[in-house]
Ligand binder design. Structure first.
Ligand code: SF4
Ligand code: SF4
Length: 449
């Protein structure tokens, strides 16, 4: 009844969106293959490559070839919006400035550091004897100085969210990880459950929020088993199971499930800040040990890898090395004829070589044989793509508008509301990459061409 009353106050679009979401789409998840092996550490790659880009912002390099480098030392700066330092993930020497493949699908400049394998730390990395005295401002400043960004895929500078002037009631940890194949968040929570709660506790203090909620997929019962017994020491924190549908990890859906509220632009409008679980765990180390963001867990998986598994690695580790540590490619797979999907299969990007490097926005690489026979598929006009779209778009009409470069029509069709969930491509019986067309239409709209 309460839910029905709530629906009465929504506009038509939100009303349908929530009904549609409540029904949801169940998709194959392929997660078991990388859950079977424990979390592996690979802390000492011979070289790391720190990309001189964060999100789409080019970074200013602060070190030169030949410089001696310590773990945690500032090596680059993001300037302007989201300004923050970027730190070295290993100790050693800057051996070159090189082009590397980034998960954005572009080649970017990177600082190559030859690892001396000594794990020498910058003086700034020191444990805090007492964290209880930190003010909200100090906790936010720590996020900034640590270069903390969202590890869920977007890479948004975390401190910017916490600088909001809007009152925040609840901090939500998004551990839903609804993309197929990905298990990096799941494995990390299972390995270090208390760290997640500590990170959330500090986030709540940084937001002046009394409530914290960890959201996770209903089938991940183990997440509940490891977190529930610890909650007694973390007042204000609760767990919330989210239905096994795609895209249940969509921020708007998670916020609606926890608070019953919707918003137009940012979750803060609904009194909420949402962070990814891995980001919260890094933040615990930022506050307690002054360790900046220099490492992450990445899932290396897919039908093309012998032993799919998760690795805890310093940023800049070559993915190629991790594929080798996973036993290499499956029999008969020619690496030159494989797809390397950076991120999840629904929202990630297929890259044609394994020369990627690990960065804040790369949570997984899925290796698959390159699909054949995908040339010029015909649209059957079945309407399935429109039927599944969580934000009520008609992807085929947007595709047509894009092909005729009709910017006005693209705008009218609300292409800008697409959240790139990939569902329209997933359900398409003709295997049309319709998500890509909607993405291109959005780009066209942005450029106003
Ligand atoms: S990718 Fe965009 S157009 Fe396609 S289903 Fe998702 S939101 Fe709709
Ligand atoms: S799902 Fe595919 S075949 Fe069906 S209408 Fe959409 S684009 Fe055409």
């Amino acid at each position: 009844m309460v839910f029905l009353k709530y629906l009465e106050h929504l506009n038509k679009e939100d009303y349908f969106m929530i009904l549609r979401k409540a029904k949801g789409i169940q998709i194959d998840c392929y997660k078991q293959m990388s859950k079977e092996s424990p979390l592996h550490e690979h802390l000492n790659p011979q070289f790391v490559y720190i990309p001189l880009i964060q999100q789409t912002t080019a970074l200013k390099r602060t070190v030169e070839v030949g410089d001696d480098i310590l773990i945690g030392q500032v090596v680059a700066l993001r300037e302007g919006f989201g300004a923050m330092p970027i730190h070295a993930s290993v100790s050693g020497k800057v051996s070159a400035i090189k082009k590397v493949w980034h998960c954005s699908g572009k080649m970017v400049d990177a600082i190559e550091i030859k690892n001396d394998l000594l794990q020498r730390m910058d003086d700034s990395i020191q444990p805090e004897a007492d964290t209880t005295h930190f003010t909200r401002e100090e906790l936010i400043e720590k996020m900034k100085q640590a270069g903390l960004s969202g590890l869920g895929g977007a890479g948004f500078p975390t401190y910017v969210k916490y600088q909001t002037k809007l009152p925040i009631d609840v901090v939500i940890i998004n551990a839903v990880e609804c993309e197929p194949y990905l298990t990096c968040d799941y494995m990390l929570i299972n390995a270090y459950p208390e760290k997640l709660l500590k990170g959330l506790h500090y986030f709540m203090r940084a937001a002046n929020a009394n409530r914290g909620v960890v959201t996770f997929k209903s089938y991940n019962t183990h997440v509940k088993e490891v977190l529930q017994p610890l909650l007694v020491n973390y007042p204000g924190i609760e767990l919330k199971e989210i239905k096994d549908i795609y895209p249940a990890g969509w921020e708007k859906y998670v916020v609606q499930q926890v608070t019953g509220k919707t918003y137009e632009g940012l979750p803060a409008e609904a009194g909420v800040i949402v962070d990814n679980s891995a980001t919260a765990m890094v933040y615990a180390d930022v506050v307690e040990k002054n360790i900046p963001l220099i490492s992450r867990v990445i899932t290396i998986t897919g039908e093309g890898v012998k032993n799919p598994r998760n690795y805890y690695v310093p940023f800049g580790t070559p993915v190629k090395e991790l594929i080798q540590l996973s036993g290499g490619y499956t029999e008969g797979l020619d690496p030159a004829k494989a797809w390397y999907i950076a991120g999840g299969p629904m929202t990630g990007r297929a890259i044609l070589i394994d020369d990627l490097i690990v960065s804040d926005t790369l949570g997984a690489v899925i290796v698959k044989p390159m699909p054949e026979d995908k040339t010029h598929p015909e649209c059957l006009g079945c309407g399935k793509c429109a039927d599944v779209c969580p934000v009520f778009l008609t992807p085929t009409e947007i595709k047509r508008a894009y092909e005729t470069k009709d910017v006005e029509l693209i705008k009218k069709l609300n292409a800008q509301k697409c959240m790139a969930c990939g569902l329209c491509s997933y359900v398409c019986p003709s295997h049309i990459e319709i998500t890509d067309f909607v993405g291109k239409a959005k780009d066209l709209l942005r450029k106003g061409a």
